[in-house]
Design a protein around this ligand. Structure first.
Ligand code: GTP
Ligand code: MG
Length: 337
């Protein structure tokens, strides 16, 4: 409360940071050739897969398809098999064998992971890739993120800057208890939905549903005709600098960690009590709560523990303070940890 008041007003010259921040954003956008390499890899993988499983196909998901991918990101691929009742480990081991004999490099089958995958590197394009099986929800949430990105360019701008900051500061490592890129993008969407006037709508709460799919017994429905929403945020004139400052300020001083859940699915924040996310259950501590838009029982903050929550909050405060007080904050903001 006290700290919140201390920083309540943004510095007067904040908009001056728009040019350097946009320069960073532009430097992170992958060049066209990168997309071509990814498609080339996908085509060669698809040939191999179809020769073994004629009814299978491959889908891209994650940052190479959700439009939040920076240069040189790994490619996330989902192998979609018709049969729901399959032994994923068995398939992955067979696929690893096929990939090895096709001369892919660094082929590794991680069959015991929460989401079993194969990792590989393509010697032709130099692209690294993870392949999982029947992770159709990830393909659908990839589309949701891509659709949000079409509505207002300030979303990709803010999210690229936040992802770049998170990677630079070492707080984009789920195995160390910090947050995934996916979680950070959801935090950005939520933040822009709650500006006044809002910059983003809530696509899952519009009256008209234009996209509908049932995946793993979960209903995924929303308004996806985003070309009709291009002017949605135009009443809000905030610059990207103000939004970057606002984002860190929100997570440093304004978010109610004890009681609220970030939910892009709903217009209002959801209470932790309503989701029964108030206490530790098993490994899930719910110290920062970010609801998955479709798999609503899934808290993307579940990886955060009592140590890493402190790291995260100190990093949010550091970023907010640097943006608020430094004459040239950009270098300091992204300083490697
Ligand atoms: P970078 O690889 O860091 O550029 O970002 P990314 O968007 O590919 O994110 P990440 O590798 O963290 O996740 C890949 C995709 O997995 C996401 O875009 C989601 O579609 C999906 N996903 C679904 N649930 C989860 C989850 O709990 N954690 C993560 N990390 N990903 C999830
Ligand atoms: Mg990825």
């Amino acid at each position: 409360e006290r700290i919140a008041r201390k920083h309540i007003n943004c510095r007067g010259d904040i908009d001056m940071l728009t040019v350097p921040l946009l320069r960073i954003y532009e430097s992170l956008i992958p060049p066209k050739e990168e997309k071509e390499k990814q498609m080339q890899l996908l085509t060669s993988l698809e040939k191999l897969v179809v020769s073994e499983w004629p009814h299978a196909h491959l889908c891209l998901f994650g940052s190479c398809a959700n439009s939040f991918g920076v240069s040189n990101s790994d490619v996330d691929v989902c192998l979609v098999l018709r049969d729901a009742d399959i032994d994923k480990s068995e398939i992955l081991l067979k696929l690893a064998e096929i990939l090895l004999s096709a001369n892919f490099q660094n082929v590794q089958a991680l069959t015991r992971a929460r989401v079993p995958i194969i990792k590989l590197k393509d010697p032709v394009t130099g692209v690294s890739c993870d392949i999982c099986i029947n992770n159709v929800l990830a393909v659908v949430n990839t589309k949701l993120l891509r659709d949000y990105a079409q509505i207002d360019v300030r979303l990709p701008q803010l999210a690229f800057i936040v992802k770049h900051w998170a990677k630079s500061r070492g707080v984009n490592e789920t195995y160390q208890g910090t947050l995934s890129s996916y979680a950070y993008v959801l935090m950005c969407i939520h933040f822009l939905q709650h500006r006044d006037p809002p910059i983003l709508p809530c696509l899952q709460e519009t009256k008209i549903v234009t996209y509908h799919k049932i995946v793993d017994n979960i209903e995924c429905a929303y308004f996806d005709q985003v070309e009709k929403l291009k002017t949605f945020g135009s009443r809000n004139k905030e610059t990207v600098a103000r939004l970057v400052w606002g984002f860190f300020h929100y997570w440093a001083y304004c978010h109610d960690y004890a009681n609220t859940v970030v939910s892009v699915r709903t217009k209002n924040t959801v209470s932790k009590r309503a989701k029964d996310w108030t206490r530790r259950i098993g490994k899930d501590r719910h110290l920062i709560c970010i609801e998955d838009p479709f798999e609503t029982s899934h808290d993307l903050g579940r990886v955060v523990d009592k140590y890493s929550i402190k790291v995260l909050r100190e990093e949010f405060e550091r970023a907010a303070t640097i943006l608020q007080t430094y004459p040239n904050p950009c270098e300091k903001l992204f300083e490697p940890f």
